[in-house]
Design a protein around this ligand. Structure first.
Ligand SMILES: [Zn+2]
Length: 394
């Protein structure tokens, strides 16, 4: 809990060194040796499977694999291994969020760091958990060193869902990209549906458990709808519908609680006051909560147009992460406009627009559906920065 420092009598106030319950989450106890072992032996997705026995669905995990630094198990029909992990120290996720906003660096916060992980790359998952902890903790004592089997398939499924929705929000004003993102979600919605308590577009309900609040999603449309005028605006309006239901659904892992605060008192030096708040029982919920808080801000994070890095912009017009990239971007834009104005006629340009629109025809969407596969992100060699956050260069 933060001590009060704005009053002369502050030195007499009780000091609390513990993190308040509404801001607490736990890191995973992962050493740097564990990280290098994971990088060498687990790779991406199921790459590390070769040196392990693959277990049948109903086989129980009773003991670890002592020959490895970390116990690892592969199950048939799962997209990633299970790994035994141990609970580490507490940290203050709200402080991490505050610092990330103040320094305009989304990677310092759990939700920004999670957004940036390379899908299926287990080294990144463990870097993330070393810094911000597992999405769920299977220990009711919350004691340091408690162990349990963590399912990385679930981790990556949830990551895919969060990133898919985050991309819709990030590119809501860019119709071409938005069509691509909706097409990806349409082709992969079954995978994304299972990464959470309910399908996309559903929220919790006391009577029916979950009810649907979203209108028909693009993958449920008749193909002709993609050709209707105003479809881009409609696709954008669905971003708000889906994000709204996702925020409601994924922030349900919370409990109503109270926060206490020491305040100055004119006669008795100090007093305490209480206020209602909520604490989260999963980092998964925290990630959505922080993403929702970003959306509430005047401007949430953006992707730099030059280097692709996430950043919190200084003002609404910023499109790059720093002044150097901003001026480079302005020069490129100027050059592009200059070339366009020199062009002899616009018919070629119009043709190009028509071709691009054609690319997104329902037939193309059908092809995408039939070859449903997660889009690989740009792969670059992982690198740690000074804050131990996963590489920012992808
Ligand atoms: Zn940049």
């Amino acid at each position: 809990m933060q001590s009060i420092t704005h009053n002369d009598g502050s030195k007499y106030f009780p000091k609390f060194s513990t993190i308040s319950i509404e801001a607490t989450w736990w890191r995973a106890d992962i050493t740097n040796e564990d990280l290098s072992w994971i990088r060498q032996n687990l790779g991406r997705d199921l790459e590390g499977q070769g040196s392990f026995e693959v277990l049948a669905k109903d086989e129980e995990l009773t003991a670890g694999f002592p020959e490895h630094p970390l116990p690892v198990a592969f199950y048939e029909n799962e997209r990633a291994p299970r790994v035994m992990i141990a609970l580490g120290e507490r940290y203050d996720f709200r402080r991490a969020y505050l610092e990330s906003r103040q320094s305009r660096d989304p990677y310092l916060s759990p939700h920004g760091s999670f957004r940036h992980l390379e899908p299926g790359y287990h080294f990144h998952a463990f870097q993330f958990m070393q810094e911000f902890g597992p999405l769920f903790i299977e220990s009711d004592t919350r004691l340091r060193g408690d162990t349990w089997w963590l399912n990385l398939s679930d981790f990556w499924d949830r990551h895919a869902r969060f990133v898919a929705v985050a991309k819709l929000w990030e590119d809501r004003f860019q119709p071409e990209k938005l069509r691509d993102h909706w097409t990806y979600i349409g082709a992969n919605h079954e995978l994304l549906d299972r990464a959470g308590e309910a399908q996309l577009g559903y929220i919790p309900d006391l009577k029916y458990k979950y009810i649907r609040i979203c209108p028909p999603m693009p993958w449920e449309w008749e193909p002709f709808k993609w050709e209707l005028p105003g479809v881009d605006n409609h696709l954008r309006s669905l971003v708000y519908e889906l994000l709204y239901s996702e925020l409601i659904l994924h922030t349900q892992d919370c409990i109503q609680t109270w926060t206490r605060r020491t305040v100055p008192h004119p006669e008795f030096v100090w007093d305490e006051e209480f206020a209602p708040t909520r604490a989260f029982t999963s980092l998964w919920s925290v990630i959505w909560e922080l993403f929702g808080l970003d959306v509430e801000h005047a401007y949430s994070w953006k992707l730099c147009q030059v280097c692709g890095r996430l950043f919190y912009p200084k003002d609404r017009r910023s499109v790059c992460c720093n002044t150097e990239h901003q001026s480079l971007w302005s020069k490129r834009q100027w050059a592009r406009r200059h070339r366009t104005s020199k062009a002899p006629n616009r018919s070629g340009e119009a043709k190009e627009v028509r071709m691009t629109a054609k690319k997104h025809s329902p037939a193309w969407i059908q092809t995408a559906k039939s070859t449903a596969k997660a889009k690989p992100r740009t792969k670059k060699s992982p690198r740690r920065d000074k804050n131990n956050a996963p590489c920012r260069c992808a």
